[in-house]
Design a protein around this ligand. Structure first.
Ligand SMILES: Cc1cc2nc3c(=O)[nH]c(=O)nc-3n(C[C@H](O)[C@H](O)[C@H](O)COP(=O)(O)O)c2cc1C
Length: 547
């Protein structure tokens, strides 16, 4: 298949629309390759070609039929059009139509049609000219971005023109609003997702047609209207009030503020203070139920303050470095409410991010795993054993067997299975040996070994459960999250192994009462420590105090 891309953007390879066209062609060519069909792609950049305006002399119809009297690059363009099986017109929307240079190229296609009047069968317009050459097998795709928030209602004139040129419904279209966002690195998360859909459309087109589901995804807005318009307004770098040019760091902060999602508001207004240490500039973002506002005079009391070199924050925003990694390396500091940092995506991920996450969670067959599942196995063993030594093991076995039933709404993870198996084996051991003391000592020991042992794996026990509150699997790449969880897991592991030792050593002595007391107090104390530590430690690192 010969594919001709006519790039009508004056920006050449920097065109937003061309990014979409390239994604489409990638999907198409890969699919053709997969089915062992060859493709050849040629791109013509209208801006680089010398194409004069049509003179309207009709020489191409009269004096030299099929040949234009102007000798310029259009001769080559016409040959390429004849060569192509598929012509992809990639262009920006200019004043609700194609840019003038592309219109020029379209006008100059007059030599390709015959002068005689002909009737149309598709009811478009009031007449036509038949093609001079056999164009019947040719296919056309229009790919374009425009500057308004939506493509809806902006392409009427483009479609009317191509209805005349190609015939109604004889061409495929991909029109995308918010086109300028494709060049914003900070937004690549969303725009890349859109480009993946365009690529998919290319794959489907290679198989026959773009599926309805893909089409409707391509019609979705990149960002909600209000968010986009705030970002677009901020991107010009000019103050809305004074019309004056603004500092780059202020423009950047305004764009960050534009991404704030008011739906994340939890009843508490927040003030994020951005202090660019190298520039000596501080801006505040007020986050309320109705939206965000950038305050430049420092008049608000911050709830979270970020002290960072400007370039570091730009690199983070552009996904060149991970924010959590940079924090761990002390490239910036955070003081005040750390919750904002932990839930950054919720506050600044754009509305789609939050909604998509919610749909992803609600679409999942099971809820995320909970630590209760794992603890239920152990606690049932300890309680049952202390209440009744004869019935205890049987009760534990029964509870263990029922845990998957009780917790059927949640995913069951490796640690849950391990705990159910371990407590079942311990119960059988107690039943066989009738030695409850041994069972208890071993249970403390195994519980401790599970926690401590998990510190030598990629996922300590606690992380396997709490990661779902911190962006799921992505939390495992967050060094602060991981370090916090390794410390907590090691703490619990050491405590329970120590508990096994002191219970074993001291139970037969006069200190037995103290052992009972210790075995109740220490886990409670560790629980309080865990709750405190998981909040304190990340904030301590963020405050730049960990050296
Ligand atoms: C002269 C001019 C006219 C434009 N007219 C429109 C328009 O009518 N509607 C619209 O939504 N965007 C309009 N835009 C915005 C462009 O369509 C938008 O920036 C597009 O993403 C640029 O694509 P490109 O990078 O492929 O050239 C216009 C831009 C320029 C420079």
């Amino acid at each position: 298949m010969n594919i001709l891309v006519i790039n009508g953007s004056p920006k050449g390879d920097k065109s937003n629309s061309l990014r979409l066209a390239n994604a489409f062609i990638k999907g198409l060519c890969e699919e053709k390759k997969r089915v062992k069909l060859s493709t050849e792609v040629e791109q013509l950049d209208v801006a680089k070609l010398h194409i004069e305006g049509c003179k309207g002399c009709f020489a191409c119809w009269k004096a030299t039929p099929g040949k234009c009297c102007i000798k310029d690059d259009m001769t080559m363009v016409l040959q390429k059009i004849l060569w192509a099986d598929l012509i992809v017109y990639s262009f920006p929307l200019y004043y609700f139509n194609v840019p003038g240079t592309l219109k020029n190229l379209i006008d100059r296609q007059l030599p390709m049609v015959l002068p005689f009047m002909s009737e149309r069968e598709d009811g478009v317009g009031s007449g036509s000219h038949d093609a001079r050459y056999d164009m019947s097998g040719k296919k056309y795709v229009l790919i374009s971005t425009c500057g308004f928030y939506s493509s809806k209602g902006n392409y009427d004139s483009v479609c009317q023109m191509f209805d005349h040129i190609c015939g109604k419904e004889k061409y495929e279209t991909i029109f995308c609003g918010q086109g300028e966002l494709f060049r914003v690195k900070e937004l690549h998360g969303r725009t890349d997702e859109y480009l993946r859909q365009v690529e998919k459309a290319g794959t489907e087109y290679a198989c026959g047609k773009i599926e309805e589901d893909t089409k409707s995804k391509l019609e979705e807005l990149l960002f909600p209207k209000e968010v986009f318009e705030r970002m677009a307004d901020a991107s010009w770098g000019v103050s809305k009030e004074s019309g004056e040019k603004e500092a780059e760091s202020l423009v950047f902060t305004r764009q960050m503020a534009a991404l704030y999602n008011p739906k994340s508001h939890d009843g508490k207004d927040r003030v994020l203070e951005m202090c660019y240490t190298d520039l000596g500039q501080t801006y505040q973002i007020l986050m309320t139920t109705t939206g965000s506002k950038v305050v430049t005079d420092g008049s608000l009391k911050y709830t979270t303050r970020i002290e960072t070199p400007y370039d570091v924050w730009v690199s983070i925003a552009q996904n060149e470095i991970r924010g959590d990694e940079a924090l761990m390396k002390q490239m910036y500091k955070v003081s005040g409410d750390f919750d904002l940092m932990i839930n950054w995506n919720k506050y600044f991920g754009g509305e789609e991010a939050v909604e998509e996450k919610q749909t992803a969670v609600s679409n999942k067959a099971k809820k995320p795993p909970v630590m209760t599942t794992m603890l239920l196995a152990w606690i049932s063993f300890w309680v049952a054993m202390s209440v009744n030594e004869q019935m205890g093991p049987l009760v534990t076995l029964a509870v263990g067997a029922c845990i998957p039933l009780f917790m059927h709404k949640h995913e069951i993870v490796w640690f849950d299975k391990l705990s159910i198996a371990a407590t079942a084996l311990l119960s059988i051991l107690v039943l066989v040996t009738e030695n409850t003391f041994l069972g208890i000592i071993l249970s403390y020991f195994l519980f401790g070994v599970m926690w401590l042992g998990s510190c030598f794996t990629k996922e300590p026990v606690c992380a396997a459960y709490v990661k779902y509150d911190y962006n799921g699997e992505d939390a495992l790449n967050n060094p602060i999250f991981m370090k916090t969880n390794y410390i907590i897991a090691a703490g619990w592991g050491i405590l329970y192994i120590a508990m096994a030792v002191w219970t074993y050593l001291l139970s037969g002595t006069s200190l037995v009462q103290m052992v009972v007391l210790l075995n109740n107090i220490m886990p409670a104390f560790m629980g309080i420590f865990t709750v405190w530590f998981q909040k304190w430690y990340p904030a301590w690192v963020a405050g730049g105090k960990a050296k």
